[in-house]
Design a protein around this ligand. Structure first.
Ligand SMILES: Cc1cc2nc3c(=O)[nH]c(=O)nc-3n(C[C@H](O)[C@H](O)[C@H](O)COP(=O)(O)OP(=O)(O)OC[C@H]3O[C@@H](n4cnc5c(N)ncnc54)[C@H](O)[C@@H]3O)c2cc1C
Length: 326
């Protein structure tokens, strides 16, 4: 990208493409595939580590629905990287933007009965899946979903072909009527005897071990909250409120970056609470017009509501409820 950083590129794409179209896409109900292709063409699929987080923050500042679909790839990349040479081609396709993929982790991370049960069948060892995944984002838009399914304590990570032509009696996405990020194409996914070839198995794990290691992966979603704050800072530019929020944004980002697994839930809660207050600040500063549908403040408040509950964990929820109720 020459002398231009991926963060600067993300800001340009967010300001020129994502933000101007966000309200219309909400009304239409779907992030288009062309948005993901544009992000990939800009090289943003190759950003990793701290760069990927900075990209995410800029995208969220422009349009949270698109950023939310985009963030799904971070988990997929992580699992494919660990999966070895057999998945190197898929990994490169993902980075180059030839493949767009999401992730559905409920069967791996929810305590109690599995959301999706897997059994192996036939000589080829194919997986047969039954169950319901309560939230799957990007449905109908993405090529593949890294879906977790369980057989007792064993968890299977399967790269499920999710192209629209795969839908049928065994695989059905039921759209959810969301008030926040309605364009994210989030569905409840129903699987009924759905066969997945054995060669789609990316990884296996044990349920208790995955739950125990979960907190280490909580950092990326925090950038969605930071991005919403960044949007408010820019919208309020020149006001004392913008300066105050900008200082808190730096502190929330530093805290997330410094946090280990033990501190991440509380750092996530703090970032979400800041996004919630920033959205309220923007609405208040906007005035009565903020309650008219289709405006920036109104959308930002609905997106902040989504952030209060999305990607939560018991420790995040506890910290957030305690802090909000103070
Ligand atoms: C719009 C939207 C889109 C989403 N899209 C996706 C997606 O594409 N992929 C995806 O994987 N998820 C997705 N989610 C799910 C999101 O990650 C969940 O919100 C999150 O898992 C918390 O779920 P919950 O608060 O609904 O609690 P639930 O998942 O309903 O959990 C029920 C209870 O189980 C316990 N519990 C849950 N998780 C844990 C844990 N890790 N450790 C210990 N106890 C636990 C808690 O006590 C919790 O109250 C989406 C959510 C929303 C709102």
């Amino acid at each position: 990208m020459g002398g231009v950083t991926c963060e600067e590129t993300a800001r340009r794409v967010a300001e020129e493409l994502l933000a101007p179209q966000a309200a219309r896409l909400e009304a239409e109900g779907a992030v288009p595939r062309s948005h993901l292709d544009a992000l990939a063409r800009a090289g943003l699929g190759r950003a990793d580590g701290a760069d990927a987080l900075a990209v995410l923050e800029e995208l969220a500042a422009g349009d949270l629905a698109t950023a939310f679909v985009w963030v799904q790839r971070i988990g997929v990349v992580r699992w494919l990287e660990q999966a070895g040479p057999a998945w190197a081609g898929a990994l490169e396709d993902l980075r180059a933007g030839r493949l767009h993929a999401g992730i559905a982790l409920q069967a791996a991370l929810r305590p109690g009965p599995a959301a999706v049960v897997a059994r192996r069948e036939g000589d080829d060892g194919a997986f047969v899946l039954d169950g319901t995944v309560p939230w799957v984002t990007g449905w109908g838009l993405l090529d593949a979903v890294l879906l977790t399914a369980r057989d007792g304590e064993d968890v299977f990570f399967l790269l499920l072909d999710a192209r629209p032509d795969q839908e049928g009696p065994t695989l059905r996405g039921e759209p959810l009527d969301l008030v926040g990020v309605p364009a994210s194409r989030t569905v409840e996914l129903h699987l009924s005897g759905h066969r997945v070839p054995a060669d789609r198995l990316v990884a296996t794990g044990r349920h208790a071990a995955l739950l125990a290691g979960d907190a280490a992966g909580l950092r990326p979603n925090g950038s969605l909250a930071l991005g919403l704050v960044l949007r408010c800072v820019r919208a309020l530019e020149g006001s004392p409120a913008a300066d105050a929020l900008a200082a808190q944004l730096e502190a929330a980002r530093d805290r997330l970056d410094a946090a280990g697994p033990a501190e991440l839930p509380v750092a996530r809660a703090a970032a979400v609470e800041l996004a919630w207050r920033a959205a309220g600040t923007l609405a208040t500063a906007t005035g009565s017009g903020a309650v008219i549908a289709g405006g920036l403040a109104e959308r930002t408040v609905r997106e902040a509501l989504f952030l209060l509950v999305f990607g939560s964990r018991p420790a995040i929820k506890e910290a957030l409820v305690a802090s909000l109720a103070r």
